[in-house]
Design a protein around this ligand. Structure first.
Ligand code: SF4
Length: 678
């Protein structure tokens, strides 16, 4: 038997484990006992992370659509066709008629390579990835306030803090190893505030559980800040020395008395006052948040409010403090770091800056790089519906299940002249493709992932890919070569990282020989730098922390007589994202085999619904059938659905209205009607 140390392919915790293989087949997983996050533990997904790898559904050969059906083709034929047809679309409709969707499941090196392919070879900044759907509000909001859109602190700070505020994160289910660390801290006396109207597991152990209305985070945060300012509980020295624009924030909070905030949130004014006093009274307080904050049409304002609350109380730049967005996918932090974003090169360097364009053009050996920022993924879907985007290359993403308003996503993808999908399974999106390229999964290749605490870690090849499947990076380099570009010849992923390090200041000291055993945290500017567990220690990345005034806006769609319930969506403990891997893992699918909707007993009684009844759920965008789960997990008037299931897909219902600044969709609030099926 062979043991190969690698990184879990699911959530942003970035746990490390050994893949155990025998005669070229994976047979199990053993957690690393020394890793700083998982410390010998794993969640149920990690323990089962080997099971989908040899699934018979794995793609093993390229497929090309002929006579309306996807049929096997050689690599030579498929790759030549991809290049010819992408070029054809560009000749007919312009360079920006194609869109590249990168992947938070692919490695840093592969995200960098696809970014380079889009910009240097195909001459477009139309490159993005699923961070657009989860944390683009964080990237925008924290870049503006702090200068960096990543977790300010490390997970180990949980053991050093006095208080943890969790808002919009079901941490024990989405980031289980971080969730259990928070539970342990609470057991050992750390105060815990949970702001989430579902009665999530953390809430059962909280000192305060705030069940505020969906979409009312801004009034909640403004109300808390109003009390802190009125009762002089903030940190005036920190505000004076480290921040700017405080007066604007104070003016924005001035009218948000606890009574007004209570009316907007559905809480009591006493709860808001108690929260303010508890949070501001802690010597060291950490905030953790996730998609309950970001996935709103005012997601950036939510993030600004959180950043302001931390600065107001001096809770940035010290151990046990900070603003900590929990990144969802295993490498969504890395996808952003690598510039799989329409306006940024790797290391958050702006494409609109002529000096930076010149730097990348020289390094990549090209005469020209496009200067106008490209389209965010969500807007590219709109552009495809309208006919402006005609070609799309999607690597390791499944927008048919993960995008809001499934009908809209379907129309957009069907409208394309060319759809190429590179993936490990024939996903719901791949089924619509003109060309499908079979990729290797995480266990079959080398590279690095960057976890939610900015830790860059190595994954290693444990087994060979099935049939003719190839690593994403190899496929991208082959495409570049066939497109006539010779600047993507690398002998290994380590050489790609060497190139990344020369072009990306925050990764300047990253090299494979430095990443054992448990990686390095960026910024790591040079080879002698030990990495940075804590950001913004003496100064913010942008210099002074910026208080951005926050304005309250209602969600785009609120309940009415026709659609009287609020639908919110999320994940479950047993499944991951669009389920392409976990639903092919027997033990996980057995635990949670079907779509369901949680509804409160009061709503169930009014509708005459009992537990496990079949229901029809309808929104202005579509309807689905699912099963009732009657529970006090949710509050009256609110229903919850996980979005993992293709049958009973929650995203057939969700609203694709976007935050105007970050282009993130409002997954967390839409209006629905629920009816019992006969
Ligand atoms: Fe994998 Fe996240 Fe579970 Fe760790 S907590 S084993 S990274 S899914």
């Amino acid at each position: 038997m062979k043991r190969t140390l690698t990184v879990c392919p699911y959530c942003g915790c970035g746990c490390m484990f050994y893949l155990v293989s025998d005669k070229g087949r994976l047979i199990g997983v053993e957690p690393s006992t020394t890793h700083p996050i998982n410390r010998g533990g794993l969640c149920v997904k990690g323990w089962n992370a080997f099971a989908f790898v040899h699934h018979p559904d794995r793609l093993t050969t390229p497929l090309v659509r002929r006579d309306g059906a996807l049929q096997p083709a050689s690599w030579d034929e498929a790759l030549t066709l991809v290049v010819e047809r992408l070029r054809g679309v560009q000749e007919k409709h312009g360079a920006d008629a194609v869109m590249f969707a990168s992947s938070a499941k692919a490695t840093n090196e592969e995200n960098y390579l696809l970014m380079k392919l889009a910009r240097a070879v195909f001459g477009t900044n139309n490159i993005d990835h699923c961070a657009r759907l989860c944390h683009s509000s964080t990237v925008t909001g924290l870049a503006e306030t702090f200068g960096s859109g990543a977790m300010t602190n490390s997970v180990s700070c949980i053991d050093q803090t006095d208080l943890i505020l969790v808002i919009g994160s079901n941490t024990t289910e989405q980031h289980p190893l971080i969730g259990s660390r928070i539970l342990n801290a609470a057991r050992n006396g750390t105060r815990l505030i949970v702001a989430d109207n579902r009665r999530i597991r953390l809430a059962r152990h909280a000192d305060l559980h705030l069940r505020h209305k969906n979409g009312s985070d801004v009034p909640l945060l403004l109300g808390i800040m109003h009390v802190i300012i009125a009762e002089e509980l903030g940190d005036p020295d920190f505000i004076a020395a480290r921040t700017e624009n405080y007066a604007a924030l104070a003016a924005a909070a001035a009218n948000w008395t606890p009574e007004r905030a209570a009316a907007a949130t559905g809480l009591t004014s006493a709860e808001i006052v108690a929260t303010a006093r508890l949070y501001a009274g802690a010597k060291r307080a950490m905030i953790f948040y996730s998609m309950g904050i970001t996935q709103h049409s005012h997601g950036v304002d939510n993030v600004r409010g959180i950043a302001a609350l931390a600065m107001l109380t001096g809770n940035v730049g010290r151990p046990g403090t900070g603003v900590n967005p929990l990144r969802g996918q295993n490498n969504v932090q890395g996808g952003c770091d690598m510039g799989a974003l329409p306006d940024l090169y790797c290391g958050y360097q702006k494409v609109a800056d002529p000096q930076l364009r010149d730097k990348f053009a020289r390094a990549w050996g090209v005469a020209y790089l496009p200067e106008t920022p490209g389209l965010p993924l969500t807007r590219a879907m709109d552009a495809a519906s309208a006919g402006y985007i005609q070609g799309m290359f999607i690597m390791g993403e499944n927008p048919m299940i993960s995008d809001p308003d499934q009908g809209h996503a379907f129309t957009a993808l069907q409208n394309l002249e060319l759809l190429v999908v590179q993936d490990i399974f024939l996903t719901e999106t791949a089924l619509l493709a003109d060309i499908v390229l079979p990729a290797a999964c995480y266990a079959e290749k080398e590279g690095t992932f960057t976890n939610t605490e900015r830790r860059i870690q190595r994954l290693r090849k444990a087994v060979e890919p099935p049939g003719g499947a190839r690593a994403d990076g190899e496929i991208i380099c082959d495409l570049a070569e066939r497109a006539g570009y010779q600047g993507m010849r690398y002998s290994s992923p380590a050489k790609v990282m060497d190139e990344i390090a020369t072009l990306t200041p925050i990764y300047g000291g990253i090299a494979y020989d430095r990443l054992d055993p448990h990686g390095l945290q960026w910024p790591c500017p040079n080879r002698s730098h030990p990495g940075t567990p804590l950001l913004h220690v003496e100064r913010f990345t942008r210099g002074l922390g910026h208080f951005s005034p926050v304005v309250h806006r209602l969600p785009a769609e609120i309940p009415d007589d026709e659609y009287p319930l609020v639908l919110t969506t999320g994940r479950t403990y047993f499944h991951w994202h669009t389920g392409s891997m976990t639903r092919r893992t027997h033990l996980l699918d057995r635990e949670e085999p079907r779509s369901f909707i949680e509804l409160h007993p009061d709503d169930a009684a009014r509708l005459g619904v009992r537990d496990r009844d079949a229901l029809l759920v309808t929104s202005r965008r579509g309807e689905i059938e699912t099963q009732a789960r009657v529970t006090t997990m949710v509050i009256p008037g609110v229903v919850f659905m996980p979005f993992h299931f293709a049958e009973g897909a929650a995203n057939a219902l969700t609203n694709n209205v976007l935050d105007p600044e970050s282009s993130i969709p409002e997954f967390k609030v839409c209006a629905v009607r629920v009816e019992k099926l006969p």
